[in-house]
Write a protein that binds this ligand. Structure first.
Ligand code: PEP
Ligand code: MG
Length: 573
């Protein structure tokens, strides 16, 4: 059996499938005959939850940190809550209802109580109540509960969906590949799979119905192919392909340490996108010329509260020092969208990507934003650091963020704390409104970085995580190219550098187009850097520059691709 999905990350994996099922739990009111047995099974389930959480506390301490362990400590206390558990048992005994119904009723009562509390910290425990309830319900029904960090076998995961905060817990030493029923090409889960170097294919709707745990799978993340229980000769073929890929990778070594020059001698900077210090090894291995995007919101996930100022400063200092004077662009938190946080009170929104995300959330949590900026300015003295603001939509956003940064610098000066006074401040252009007023924004910032992942989702009004809309991920569509050109023109006019840090930057057909517009640096997943350097060495930008008018006045992405491929073929012949 063979499936075709959305190709997320190149590479081939051959391994056994480990299927993770999310079975819907029926919590409707149903009566039972034997409440004593129901209570007994409920107690067993609670006991299992407590045991699992004790193990998680231990493994969080070993693998992560005390703060992460505290999340599970808080959850263990909820699981063992005597009053709540007695309420569940009373309901089962008095009304002869199923434990699943009783657990759900008590959960709702507790959530309603917590929602009335004024203390934001306690209100934020609601997500822990939901997590613990789900754990106990699953234990009651004997469903498997997975913790990605505890995987110790070589498997290909097959699941409905994995969100970004779960994805960061995956250990690439054990997880060989990922196949999901859901997910878009530029969802943050996809980006993390790429960063972890795990071959991945998303958006295969019925995959869970056709794959069983233990089946042999072959996945080709470059083409989006997934083969279930293939014949031995097919496996042999893919094993040969793995060898080819390995020798292709070693042929890139001649480009290590070399500048990135196109055939027409245009100098380009290739930087890395990272989301934590643990990515530094791949940054060095990938031969990045700097860090073009540090997605700092990942310092905030999988923990009980935001990292402190000192904790953050230490993390930024370690990154800056590891980069040894190479430029590092640190983006302030982009929380919201497909990266919600349980402990920052966020309104429940029907369209999170169109809601309080990034700077918009910082308007409500100014103290969190100020703490991050203090940590950044304190770290600035040890390296070449720039600060970048995400999701800028209006000039007002830029002026507000700069004003807070100024206030933070004034406070540090008053406190006699050393910091750089001239840290470059730039913005991400990733919302059509900011691309359209790039000319205005350029007067107030030191650099632009184009976030094509969001720019494309917002221009096409197509959720980047929705696999049904992945056909609208069209980076070379003239609508996108026109917006990019407005940004590069504005940057050129105001003499500020412009880079691209969305996934489009690592695409071999798109990158020359971006450079022809005047983009000077591209930032991408570290392992994509050396292949890009090689591709650019073989690319002459002049023929593309000559056809820019044709490209921008095309009517579809197809037409642009035709023009670019015929230029590429002309060069090769
Ligand atoms: C983007 O939107 O292109 C970008 C780089 O930011 P993120 O993917 O984190 O939203
Ligand atoms: Mg973005």
């Amino acid at each position: 059996m063979q499936f075709k999905g959305i190709a997320i990350n190149h590479g081939i994996a051959i391994s056994e499938a480990m299927k993770l099922e999310t079975i819907k739990i029926d919590t409707s009111r149903r009566t039972i005959d034997d409440p004593i047995e129901e209570v007994r099974r409920f107690r067993v389930a609670v006991h299992k939850s407590e045991e699992q959480l004790s193990r998680l506390i231990q493994s969080a301490k070993e693998t992560f940190d005390e703060d992460t362990a505290r999340i599970f400590e808080a959850q263990k206390m909820i699981a063992a809550d005597i009053e709540a558990n007695a309420m569940v048992e009373n309901l089962i005994n008095s009304e002869h209802v199923t434990a699943t119904h009783a657990i759900d009723v008590v959960k709702d009562q507790y959530i309603a109580r917590f929602e009335m509390i004024d203390d934001p910290y306690l209100r934020e425990r609601i997500s822990d109540i939901k997590d613990v309830t789900m754990r106990t319900l699953r234990n009651f029904l004997d469903q498997t509960i997975v913790d990605f960090a505890s995987f110790k076998e070589h498997v290909i995961i097959v699941a409905e969906d994995i969100n970004a905060s779960e994805m960061v817990r995956i250990d690439p030493r054990y997880i060989r590949g990922i196949v999901l029923a859901k997910g878009g090409k530029t969802s943050h889960s996809a980006i993390i799979a790429r960063l972890l170097g795990i071959p991945a294919v998303f958006g295969i709707k019925d995959v869970l119905s056709y794959v069983a745990s233990g089946d042999t799978l072959v996945i080709d993340g470059s083409d989006g192919d997934v083969l279930v229980e293939p014949d031995q000769d097919v496996i042999d073929l893919y094993e040969a392909k793995i060898l080819d890929l390995t020798s292709e990778i070693s042929s890139l070594e001649v480009f290590r340490g070399e500048p990135t020059l196109t055939k027409d001698q245009t100098l380009v900077k290739l930087s890395a996108n990272i989301q934590s210090e643990s990515d530094l090894a791949s940054v060095i291995d990938g031969d990045a010329e700097g860090i073009g995007l540090f997605r700092t919101e990942f310092l905030y996930v999988n923990r009980a509260q935001p990292p402190t100022e000192d904790e953050q400063m230490d993390a930024y200092v370690r990154v800056l020092k590891a980069m040894k004077e190479k430029p590092v662009v640190i983006r302030t938190i982009d929380i919201g969208g497909d990266k919600p946080l349980s402990y920052l009170s966020q309104p429940s929104e029907s369209n999170p990507f169109l809601g309080k995300r990034a700077l918009r959330l910082c308007y409500d949590h100014k103290e969190v934003f100020q703490t991050q900026l203090r940590a950044l300015y304190r770290a600035s003295v040890v390296g070449d650091m720039s600060i970048m603001f995400p999701m800028v939509t209006t000039l007002q956003d830029v002026l507000w963020a700069k004003d807070i940064a100024k206030g933070v610098m004034n406070d540090l000066a008053k406190e006699g704390i050393t910091h750089k006074k001239d840290v470059p401040l730039g913005v991400m252009i990733e919302v059509p409104s900011s691309a359209l007023i790039a000319d205005v924004i350029a007067r107030h910032v030191d650099f632009f970085s184009i976030g094509t992942n969001d720019l494309i989702q917002y221009t096409f009004a197509a959720d980047r995580t929705n696999e049904d809309l992945s056909y609208l991920y069209q980076p070379l569509h003239p609508a996108i190219l026109k917006l990019i050109r407005m940004v590069t023109d504005a940057a050129l006019k105001h003499r500020i550098p412009v880079s691209v840090c969305g996934e489009m930057a690592s695409d071999h057909l798109c990158a020359p187009m971006l450079l022809a517009f005047g983009v000077t640096s591209l930032s991408m997943v570290p392992s994509y850097i050396l292949p890009m350097r090689k591709a650019l060495h073989e690319t002459d930008l002049n023929p593309i520059r000559k056809q820019l008018i044709d490209v921008v006045s095309s009517v579809s992405e197809e037409q642009v691709i035709e023009i670019l491929t015929s230029i590429q073929e002309g060069e090769q012949s």
